[in-house]
Design a protein around this ligand. Structure first.
Ligand code: GLN
Length: 538
């Protein structure tokens, strides 16, 4: 029978429920359990696909093409196991399901209400992954903070779920904050007491408290928290600030979070967690033998969460190369042919980020011209790849004002064009080319050298594509289409022969980079930057 762990958050947002959930899952997985994590978000959007990155950070896309919360990226990076639509549910989706059922007459005669209809639908979704038979343990992270109006139906669903499943089969971990008051020189437990009291008002006694703190919490504070919150002292877990999120599983191991969870769920501890690969990764991450500076050119640079998976992919690839990758965020709106040298001249590599709309796109194109002409390693992702195609068309092939029809519908040279099957779509949500698609890699290319194989799959999220009418012209001018979708003939990767590293992918490689499997294109890009840095110092 599947066991369930619910993770709630108290006191404030941004305590890192996603990282705690992923770290606990990692430890349980390392003990030999099959674990998955799902996230329930209280907002009314059906999914974060229509949310501005400034609002919500990156939109993470799964293999099956779900547009999801960025925490799912952490789950995949930690567990090295794909997630799916079932791993991310919002209030919007719950209501949509219930309203669809109401229209079909499934509640005929009844008044449809938050309790029981919405809470039943939440509980049904909480069970879907568990009922697949694939998992021993399902961890459910509840977005939001206990006490928020909008998360109440989820909290009520957890209360019912726990009561129905029994205390050995479903437990609640409450993540809370123990602030340090500098003036008093003290750690304070009161916010935690209040947050647990709020949970108790809703009928939930948390089983374990994970306490975020900037300073170690001593035995006396643990005792106090235990006494006032009705938990065992060994169920008060310290979660101290870490220098990297990848330390958190080891910190949780030290605090024995996995052991206490297993004992509460009446599960055997099996073996000691096997974390050798994880520790190797951390060892390399913390002891780099070289360093590179890579510019991330985008328009959401004020909020690094907008590029979460890219940043993490650099951490994975850096560790693999034993190289510290210093990512510098550079606003594309500040770049033009005059400023490019100043803005980019000190870098060892440039990544041009994904994006939508016209703001900042000319700066991206100018940045690409600079790195192409100066042999600086370049990696373009999605819009970044499209910009590389535009730049090459304009400045090498001579297609004056070549553009993507996303920006200029009437361009004389639509080298990037809306896909045919996108043209009649008017709805915005969930309608892009989304999820995993196959790609054939041409032998003898940089892409082939990276992947080491001819057939791959990568995840997509876009409406526009390389316009194949121009393919011959581009290939004759030296831009190679090194990755092609075998079913549609769409160009998925472009690269330049006469450049140390100039690669653009229509897909999002960053979404598939994990601790266990750093992404091959990121590994090669970082290696090319290291090479460039070496040459520069010589
Ligand atoms: N806006 C571009 C498109 O829709 C690129 C999208 C992206 O970078 N994810 O094709």
């Amino acid at each position: 029978m599947t066991k369930y762990i619910f993770v709630t958050g108290g006191v404030t947002s941004s305590l890192g429920k996603g990282i705690i959930s992923a770290s606990l899952a990692k430890l349980l997985q390392a003990r030999g359990y099959n674990v998955t994590i799902q996230k329930f978000d209280p907002y009314i959007n059906i999914d974060p696909g229509t949310l501005n990155p400034y609002e919500h950070g990156e939109c993470y896309v799964t293999e099956d093409g779900a547009e999801t919360d960025l925490d799912l990226g952490h789950y995949e990076r930690f567990l090295n196991r794909p997630t799916s639509q079932a791993n991310n549910i919002t209030t919007g989706r719950i209501y949509q399901n219930v309203i669809n059922k109401e229209r079909k007459g499934e509640y005929l005669g009844n008044t449809v209400q938050v309790v029981p209809h919405i809470t039943d639908e939440i509980k049904r979704n909480m069970r879907i992954l568990g009922e697949s038979g694939e998992f021993d343990i399902v961890i459910t992270e509840l977005g939001g903070t206990v006490g928020d109006i909008e998360s109440l139906p989820f909290i009520e669903a957890v209360r019912q779920f726990k009561w129905e499943a029994g205390s050995n089969n479903a437990i609640v971990i409450h993540l809370t904050l123990i602030p340090f008051l500098a003036a008093a020189g003290e750690l304070k437990t009161k916010p935690t007491q209040h947050s647990v009291k709020a949970l108790l008002e809703y009928g939930i006694q948390p089983d374990i408290l994970v306490c975020r703190t900037e300073h170690h919490i001593g035995a006396d504070i643990r005792k106090k928290i235990a006494l006032f919150c009705n938990v065992n002292v060994n169920a008060v877990i310290e979660s101290i600030d870490a220098s990297t999120i990848y330390d958190v599983p080891l910190l949780m191991l030290k605090e024995q979070l996995d052991k206490i969870v297993l004992s509460k769920l009446k599960l055997p501890s099996k073996s000691e967690p096997n974390l050798e690969l994880w520790k190797d990764f951390l060892g390399r991450l913390k002891n780099p033998t070289s360093e590179v500076r890579i510019g991330l050119i985008g328009k959401y640079v004020e909020l690094p969460d907008a590029y979460k998976s890219i940043i993490e992919a650099f951490i994975h690839a850096g560790s693999k190369n034993e190289c510290k990758v210093k990512v510098e965020y550079i606003h594309s709106e500040g770049i033009d042919p005059e400023t490019a040298k100043n803005a980019l001249g000190h870098l060892h590599g440039v990544l041009v980020a994904p994006g939508f709309g016209s703001r900042g796109i000319e700066g991206k194109i100018d940045a690409i011209q600079y790195v192409r002409e100066n042999n600086v390693p370049f990696f373009g992702i999605c819009l970044g790849m499209q910009c590389a195609v535009i730049e090459y068309g304009r400045n090498v092939i001579g297609l004056k004002n070549a553009n993507t029809t996303e920006i200029d519908e009437n361009t004389a040279f639509p080298v990037i064009n809306m896909m045919e099957d996108q043209k009649n779509i008017t709805n915005k949500g969930g309608t892009m080319r989304l999820g995993s698609y196959p790609c054939d890699i041409k032998k003898g290319t940089k892409a082939f050298a990276a992947y080491g194989k001819a057939h791959i799959t990568e995840r997509h999220r876009h409406r526009y594509e390389f316009n194949n009418q121009y393919l011959k012209q581009y290939e004759e001018a030296g831009m190679v289409a090194s990755g092609i979708n075998p079913d549609s003939g769409l160009v998925e990767i472009v690269e330049l022969k006469n450049h140390p590293f100039f690669v653009g992918g229509q897909f999002h490689p960053e979404l598939k980079s994990t601790v266990a499997n750093p992404h091959p294109l990121f590994i090669k890009f970082v290696a090319a930057a290291m090479e460039y840095a070496k040459k520069k110092t010589n």
